[in-house]
Write a protein that binds this ligand. Structure first.
Ligand code: MG
Length: 253
């Protein structure tokens, strides 16, 4: 029986318009009323995670999602109507910051050795508040190249490369939606088989292969659909939020 549902936002719960479809909101309300916990698992920072919740009238004043996993690292819990950070968030950020210098150095090496690649880098303020270097590529195939290049460079370091379409990030090896989701499951005393996760792209790979029940939507990247098939998960026939509604209807009774 599923007791916790973790949903990626962009490309998954949100339509390209930023809205959540009505049938999906009804499914979320149904399982919330049954006591199933609903978590958002996103690469977005906290403030930008609240934006779509506001737009879809889930916040303020809503009773779900009860948990927000932001930056693939930080956990916020809905307590008396507000999302409050878990105490461990500070230590997780500190750990990433310790690897920031190395991340900058590797991206500088990428710029030097692959001068054909066109990309922007998040600024110093973003790096020091979020804890990591993020690059944005003009062309998806160049993001592929950079992903491969940086994956090679991060071997035997404390860093790993994560990819979300045209964004490529250098993250601490100890962060990731799957790692965090496992902490959340342990916190509530849940087995991984009682957790359902839904995502659509590379930064969901770790979460969908972490031993939880995995599902994805029709619009997902090929590698994610392959993974979900391999772990006997469910691939919705519908895209984006309608796909999420379909998954919840089928998987959470
Ligand atoms: Mg996504």
């Amino acid at each position: 029986m599923i007791k916790l549902v973790a949903l990626d936002l962009d490309g998954t719960l949100l339509e390209p318009s930023g809205l959540i479809s009505q049938p999906t909101l009804e499914q979320l309300k149904r399982i919330n009323d049954q006591g199933v916990k609903i978590a958002i698992a996103t690469g977005r920072p906290f403030a930008r995670t609240l934006d779509p919740l506001r737009e879809n009238r889930l916040y303020p004043g809503g009773t779900y999602p009860q948990l927000l996993i932001c930056e693939e690292r930080d956990i916020y819990e809905l307590i008396n109507g507000e999302y409050l950070p878990w105490e461990q968030n500070g230590a997780a950020l500190d750990e990433e910051l310790q690897n920031l210098f190395l991340g900058r150095r590797l991206v500088a090496q990428l710029e030097r050795e692959a001068p054909n690649l066109e990309f922007a880098i998040n600024n110093n303020y973003s790096q020091t508040t979020r804890g990591f270097v993020e690059t944005y590529f003009v062309y998806p195939h160049q993001a592929d190249q950079a992903f491969a290049f940086l994956t090679e460079l991060t071997q035997n370091t404390g860093l790993k490369v994560t990819r979300n379409r045209r964004n490529v990030c250098l993250r601490s090896k100890n962060v990731g939606k799957g790692t965090v989701l496992k902490k959340v499951a342990a916190h509530y005393g849940l087995d991984l088989g009682e957790v359902l996760a839904v995502g659509d792209s590379n930064n969901d790979f770790e979460m969908l292969s972490s031993g939880v029940r995995a599902a994805t939507t029709r619009n997902a990247d090929g590698e994610i659909k392959e993974l979900v098939s391999k772990v006997d998960g469910f691939i919705a026939q519908a895209e984006y939020s309608l796909g999420v509604g379909e998954i919840i209807k089928k998987s959470v009774s």
